[in-house]
Design a protein around this ligand. Structure first.
Ligand code: LMR
Length: 389
């Protein structure tokens, strides 16, 4: 029976992990999958995570099931970080998920269940967005979000897409640190988006995977908070992979901003039901770590300080890279002002493959680079190789 299956291509982004590992050249550079690395090329475990893990090891006294909704204290603390007190808490439905991808999938399943047919996606976007929506049975409608040669956010195209969308359509928005372009929306633009979404009766699904990696912990959710202040209903998919460095622990949550306490209860029960028929219950460890950190002022302060140091390292790399690259591509000076881990270079697939084979520089064929994969000492060499293509 298995003969009926066709071999599927490996995920091109994740395949880079294996390709890079198997390359034994000493000067190789990994600008592929979005993982933070420090100046020694290491992905550190946050000090606060280690401390929380120690505490859990000593105090945790059961491994009994957590239930399909996950840990309510984790969900509550994480929401304080994300939404603050923007929306009446009883109007928020929440379910803990296996990472941000699990949250996106539950959101897509919920949209499908409530009769939504279509979700709008600005391109380029994280490749897994379209794949997740398709797997959940949604049709994807696209518009151009970013122009790579000029490094500009195409806000008019975004507005045009929202204005052309049908009532009931969903729309995917990146809260900040846009993956893959780093292109940012201003506060005024978020307010405009919120007004159109509300007026046209659209359902926003906001992907928040890099809080603290862009302008700062509060700044990175300011647009999202404006949005949920104005619109009656929204879905927010949160990942703790980057912000807490918990990648392999698969820690995330889906939140729904609803219009009433009763609606929140209905949405929560649907999300929990969808989880139950998919993976049943989320893994506990990462969420227990996040809950322990956020519930303790000292751990939370230490975590925020370490996160801020990471952010500053990334902004420093951004500035150095922009300074070098603008000598060949004037527009790439904009990399200094973009936010988060990623930027897109105007490279052809052939150029990306040459960089890989000739210099051991790894990135997806889209030309996306992981800024956080670069050490300061590598910037000049990488700039040289990019600009001499
Ligand atoms: C990325 O975009 O590189 C990360 O979000 C990792 C992933 O799962 O693709």
């Amino acid at each position: 029976m298995f003969d009926a299956l066709a071999r599927q291509p490996d995920d091109p982004l994740l395949a880079l992990i294996g390709l890079f590992r198997r390359d034994d050249r000493p000067g190789k550079v990994d600008l592929g999958v979005g993982v933070y690395r420090d100046e020694t090329g290491h992905t550190p475990i946050f000090r606060a995570v280690k401390a929380a893990e120690k505490r859990l090891l000593e105090t945790q006294d059961t491994k009994a099931y957590v239930g399909p909704e996950g840990d309510p204290l984790f969900l509550d603390h994480l929401w304080t970080l994300v939404g603050g007190d923007t929306v009446e808490r009883s109007h928020i439905a929440s379910v803990q998920t296996p990472g941000g991808s699990g949250a996106l999938r539950l959101a897509a399943d919920l949209i499908h269940r409530l009769g939504g047919k279509r979700i709008w996606l600005g391109l380029p976007s994280w490749p897994n967005h379209a794949a997740i929506f398709k797997a959940a049975g949604l049709e994807t409608a696209t518009y151009d979000f970013f122009d790579i040669p000029t490094q500009t956010v195409l806000f008019d195209d975004l507005v045009g897409a929202l204005e052309g969308a049908a009532a009931g359509d969903a729309v995917l928005l990146h809260a900040s640190c846009h993956n893959p372009t780093g292109g940012a929306l201003s506060e005024a633009q978020w307010l405009e988006i919120a007004a159109i979404v509300a007026q046209r009766d659209l359902l926003p699904l906001v992907d928040l995977a890099y809080q603290g990696f862009g302008r700062g912990l509060n700044q990175d959710v300011a647009g999202l908070r404006h949005l949920i202040d104005v619109v009656p209903e929204a879905l927010i998919a949160v990942s703790c992979s980057k912000s807490f460095g918990l990648y392999r622990e698969r820690t995330g949550a889906i939140y729904a901003r609803t219009a009433s306490r009763a609606s929140a209860d209905t949405v929560r029960s649907n999300l929990a039901g969808l989880a139950r028929t998919s993976y049943s219950m989320p893994p506990d460890h990462g969420a227990a770590v996040v809950r322990t950190i956020l519930a303790d002022d000292d751990l939370a302060r230490d975590w925020a300080e370490e996160l801020e140091a990471m952010r500053l390292r990334m902004t420093g790399i951004r500035r150095a890279l922009a300074e070098g690259l603008r000598t060949r591509w004037q527009a790439l000076g904009a990399i200094a002002d973009q936010e988060g881990m990623f930027s897109m270079l105007p490279l052809s697939e052939a150029e990306v493959m040459r960089l890989r084979s000739e210099h051991g520089i790894y990135m997806p064929t889209s030309g996306r680079i992981n800024i956080a994969g670069l050490k300061t000492a590598e910037v000049a060499g990488v700039v040289h190789n990019f600009t001499s293509l």
